[in-house]
Ligand binder design. Structure first.
Ligand code: AHR
Length: 349
């Protein structure tokens, strides 16, 4: 196998190329039917005019080792992402290795350093927190290993600290959840927000997006906001506490489905009927969430597609070929509510 990283350190001139085409939308169709949708692929759109370009290496994915640093594997979304990366990495790369940081940013840094020492040529990272990965990104740069961020953003400059970020528009996700709530609840009501992992880009952006909409409605009040760390157990526990202080809450906005499902359990335990007494809206589109919509407990979920394997491998190959890579590749997501949950559940993760 060729040691591509050595080649990168010699050949790769990463450049920021500003395109004359400011926004290029690719394959955007939010109204697909289950039959029309290819569940193995994410759809993407390009909303940036900045690109990174390297010299062509003459290498194919099968010539190189790809390392994937996953932050944790404790919920269906993470498992879906890990499995998608593994399936495509093992099918397409010469060698594929992966690590699990088990919810700790410090472990994620040492995992990455270990993979660099093992001789990976390209690194794919799903960062846990926005801050904290700088030493790992610096180690990759020093070793000539190009970094591709998937799913969550990390602090750094595209083309210098990493090539690109591939992921959903988390601000838009928060906005779409809020729009559903305003349409369904009306312009007045008390809302509890179950916040994701503190310091993570989806939590920060989903909070911002939600406020972008509800701040236009003085009658809607976010009466409490607390982190459930994106987990079902903590979502339930936090909701139990917040319900005691806010028994008259009208709606719950959870930053992911797992916390929403925990909140639904807490509402039931408190004698409330989710979907009737208290509306619940969240983000992800997991199998359990779609079932909760069908059951009437969850109102809606904004899709956040975790199947990054095909997109990541395709982008790495384009980079090896010397094609310009957009510094941000935005995943195009769907929306699930009572009108379509039953149609899509058999394909959900
Ligand atoms: O980064 C994406 C978020 O991380 C998903 O919404 C969540 O379920 C996961 O843990």
């Amino acid at each position: 196998m060729l040691r591509a990283s050595r080649l990168f350190s010699v050949l790769v001139i990463v450049a920021l190329v500003m395109s004359l085409v400011p926004m290029l939308a690719l394959a955007q169709d939010p109204t697909e039917t289950p039959e029309e949708r290819d569940y193995t692929q994410q759809k993407t759109k390009i909303m940036t005019s900045a690109f990174c370009q390297a010299q062509p290496t003459g290498l194919k994915l099968e010539d190189i080792t790809v390392g994937f640093s996953q932050m944790e594997n404790n919920n269906p979304w993470r498992i879906g992402e890990t499995e998608s990366m593994k399936a495509e990495g093992e099918a397409q790369a010469g060698r594929y290795i992966a690590t699990d940081a088990q919810t700790q940013t410090a472990k994620q840094v040492s995992d990455i350093e270990d993979m660099i020492a093992q001789g990976i040529d390209v690194l794919v990272v799903a960062p846990r927190e926005y801050e904290g990965l700088t030493p790992a990104l610096e180690a990759a740069k020093e070793a000539g290993v190009p970094v591709f961020l998937v799913d969550r953003e990390a602090k750094g400059t595209p083309c210098e600290d990493f090539i690109t970020f591939m992921g959903s528009n988390f601000i838009e996700e928060g906005e779409r959840a809020a729009m559903w709530l305003v349409e369904t609840m009306g312009d007045e009501g008390k809302v509890i927000e179950l916040y994701g992992t503190i310091g993570s880009s989806p939590a920060m952006d989903r909070a911002t997006g939600f406020r972008n909409i509800v701040d236009n409605y003085p009658g809607i009040e976010i009466v409490a906001s607390q982190s459930g760390d994106f987990t079902r157990a903590l979502g339930q526990q936090v909701m139990e506490q917040l319900l005691q202080a806010n028994p008259d809450v009208d709606a719950v906005y959870a930053h992911n489905d797992e916390m929403a499902l925990g909140a639904i359990q807490a509402l039931k335990d408190a004698g409330k009927t989710p979907g009737e007494d208290v509306l619940v809206v969240s983000i992800d589109g997991t199998h359990d969430a779609l079932q909760a919509i069908i059951d009437g407990d969850l109102g809606a979920t904004v899709e956040c597609n975790p199947r990054f394997g095909p997109l990541a491998m395709e982008t790495i190959q384009k980079f090896l070929d010397g094609e310009p890579i957009p510094t941000k590749i935005t995943v195009e997501d769907m929306f699930f509510d009572s009108s379509n949950a039953a149609d899509f559940i058999e394909f959900a993760y």
